[in-house]
Design a protein around this ligand. Structure first.
Ligand SMILES: NC(=O)c1ccc[n+]([C@@H]2O[C@H](COP(=O)([O-])OP(=O)(O)OC[C@H]3O[C@@H](n4cnc5c(N)ncnc54)[C@H](O)[C@@H]3O)[C@@H](O)[C@H]2O)c1
Ligand SMILES: [Zn+2]
Length: 365
């Protein structure tokens, strides 16, 4: 844990400490030195039993009373019916307000565990140990927790910040390539929205990111988290419009995910296609100059992302956009680009401009 770096987020109700490094479990003694030991309830992606063992052992050595639940990490787990029995599990294990819940897994396990922690006894503390690139650079930080409703993803949710987040690079050694691409999508989003330096770095290093051979992977994750933390710090409950910028690429990305029933694209893959649509709209709407658009498009179109299935109608995607959470007074608000690292908002995008941009992404695939 010697080389670990920390980002501290002072939030309204508590502090969130985010650690980035390798083999972070070896440093838990230091992190929990001033904590009164109690009960720790682990919810672990069952694929990660072996990798989670050092964490469990470390908590046991530090005299926490541990309880473990192994979960199947699919969207089905993010369902009130799947997590309802876990309230009983917590009750039976004697969980009280001094207990902590610990999520070991990707965004699915993190979102569901955070929701459970936020609703059990009106909220108990929780820690995230994100194990996918997407969860490490994005979903584990920010306190958005939720389960799905048959008609809408993440509909039933609560803001509940994790007290600790441990982004441990060693988990990523076993991550499949598609999930690396998915995490890369969110990293590129940060670069496009805030940092030309990060964007240029990813433009040259992306092959290493998705093959898992990048030596400075933890530094990149740290850089992304610094950017996200700043947004969260300034707009904890996503109500001031500051965090809205993080939706770059997500308006179209969400429509694609919904239209393909959340089973075809990884979240970050849909975001990559959404970023291409956003960049193209930025060009058509004259926010972005053609040279910058070309630079973005030449990079993004190289990435290995599945094609939009032929069975999905562009008109249906456009109707989905209109039912997006960001619709205000019937107008879809797009986060667009003025430059690499600079965003702008636009609610005047026309259906024909959307048709052109979506058509372009589809034809080029
Ligand atoms: N809360 C937020 O702010 C936020 C932001 C973005 C996405 N999300 C949510 O995150 C979820 C997607 O998260 P995800 O992409 O991490 O998916 P995930 O949790 O489904 O994990 C993807 C796959 O990788 C496996 N896996 C996890 N860690 C692994 C590892 N280290 N080695 C090998 N396999 C591993 C999982 O078992 C699963 O099969 C969605 O439900 C989405 O809504 C939430
Ligand atoms: Zn996202």
């Amino acid at each position: 844990m010697n080389d670990a770096r920390r980002i501290s987020l002072d939030l309204s109700r508590q502090r969130s400490d985010i650690w980035v490094g390798n083999r972070l479990s070896s440093g838990l003694e230091k992190v929990f030195r001033n904590e009164k030991k109690g009960k720790a309830f682990f919810i672990i992606d069952r694929k990660l039993k072996k990798q989670a063992t050092p964490w469990l052992k470390q908590f046991q050595q530090l005299e926490w009373n541990t309880h473990v639940y192994f979960a199947v990490a699919s969207e089905k787990f993010k369902d009130i019916k799947s997590i309802f029995p876990l309230y009983q599990w917590l009750l039976q294990g004697g969980a009280d307000r001094s207990s902590i819940l610990i999520a070991v897994g990707g965004g699915v396990i993190g979102d569901a565990t955070g929701f459970l922690a936020g609703t059990y006894m009106r909220g108990i503390r929780w820690a995230g140990i994100p194990t996918t690139l997407l969860a490490q650079v994005d979903s584990a930080v920010g306190g958005k927790t939720a389960v799905n409703h048959p008609q809408s993803k993440n509909l039933i949710g609560v803001f509940h910040q994790p007290s600790w987040v441990f982004c441990d690079g060693t988990f990523l050694n076993t991550l499949p390539k598609r999930d690396r691409v998915s995490g890369l999508g969110e990293m590129i989003k940060y670069g496009l929205a805030f940092s030309p330096h990060l964007f240029n770095h990813l433009e040259t290093q992306w092959k290493k990111v998705i093959s898992g051979s990048l030596s400075g992977q933890n530094e990149l994750i740290y850089e992304c988290l610094k950017l996200k933390s700043k947004m969260v710090r300034n707009d904890e409950l996503d109500c001031l419009g500051i965090r809205e910028v993080l939706n770059l690429g997500h308006t179209f990305g969400h429509a694609l995910e919904a239209e393909t029933e959340y089973s075809y694209f990884r979240h970050g893959e849909a975001v990559i296609l959404g970023l291409r649509v956003a960049a193209h709209l930025s060009l058509l709407r004259k926010h972005l100059n053609p040279k910058k658009y070309q630079k973005i498009e030449s990079f993004l179109s190289l990435l290995p992302v599945p094609s939009i299935p032929k069975s999905i109608k562009t008109e249906n995607l456009i109707s989905r956009l209109k039912s997006d959470k960001k619709v205000r007074n019937g107008k879809v608000r797009f986060v667009l680009l003025r430059d690499i690292g600079k965003t702008s908002l636009d609610d005047q995008v026309t259906p024909s401009q959307l048709l052109e941009c979506i058509g372009h992404v589809r034809n080029e695939q």
